[in-house]
Design a protein around this ligand. Structure first.
Ligand SMILES: Nc1nc2c(c(=O)[nH]1)N[C@H]1C(S)=C(S)[C@@H](COP(=O)(O)O)O[C@H]1N2
Ligand SMILES: [Mo]
Length: 191
């Protein structure tokens, strides 16, 4: 099938593979200890157990993923809980404008709430009908299709709602605070 070029952001090449990219090692998953925290600027901080998280209403989205290292993979279907449904449980306060998504081993990514509350941002446990592999973020990863893939934290463990944007793991190391692939927001201003 020919690639629809209008789906590929500038400077990206399409691959049929799904590369594995991350800092540090693949964390071990212990369902008895795992929890998911929604905290910061919320009316009601909501810590969820694994069973509680998995019992939330399930959704599916199909999207393209764009890594800042220039590969794109088109048409992946993710299944899980929409981020807006997760955040709805804690009732986000009006002052919150950004979020830091926290993951295992200190990884974090910041993004504007506009992207996290959109209809296409999902905390996923399945990709293309199969459970995510540990390398791709099992038991739970964020997928934010409209931002470069480093914002899509694997092994996600919580969301912190904040008023002012604060750099996450890669953003502290020079990646862009926003990361829109259509604008090629790959790297931020030099410090
Ligand atoms: N927890 C965590 N999530 C992460 C990363 C990481 O280092 N740790 N790397 C990010 C980067 S840079 C990319 S490109 C994607 C890669 O996801 P994949 O390995 O499923 O392709 O995960 C993102 N999420
Ligand atoms: Mo990346």
């Amino acid at each position: 099938m020919a690639t629809d070029k209008t789906r590929v952001p500038p400077g990206q090449s399409v691959t049929d593979k799904w590369p594995v990219l991350h800092y540090a090692s693949v964390p071990r998953f212990d369902p008895a200890r795992w929890n998911f925290r929604i905290f910061g600027l919320v009316e009601q901080p909501a810590p969820l157990t694994y069973d509680q998280f998995m019992a939330l209403p399930q959704s599916k989205i199909t999207c393209d993923i764009h890594c800042v290292t220039a590969w794109s993979r088109l048409g992946v279907t993710f299944e899980g809980v929409l981020a807006k449904d997760v955040l709805g449980l804690a009732r986000v306060r009006p002052e919150a404008r950004f979020a830091t998504v926290h993951a295992e081993q200190g990884y974090a990514a910041n993004l504007s709430l506009e992207y996290l509350l959109a209809d296409d941002a999902i905390f996923a446990h399945k990709a293309d009908g199969q459970n995510l592999t540990p390398e791709h973020g099992w038991p739970l990863r964020l997928v934010v299709p409209r931002l470069y893939f480093w914002k899509s934290a694997k092994w996600a463990r919580g969301v912190e709602l904040i008023a002012e944007d604060r750099p996450g793991f890669w953003e502290q190391r020079g990646y862009h605070m926003k990361g829109d692939p259509w604008k090629e927001e790959r790297y931020g201003d030099p410090w």
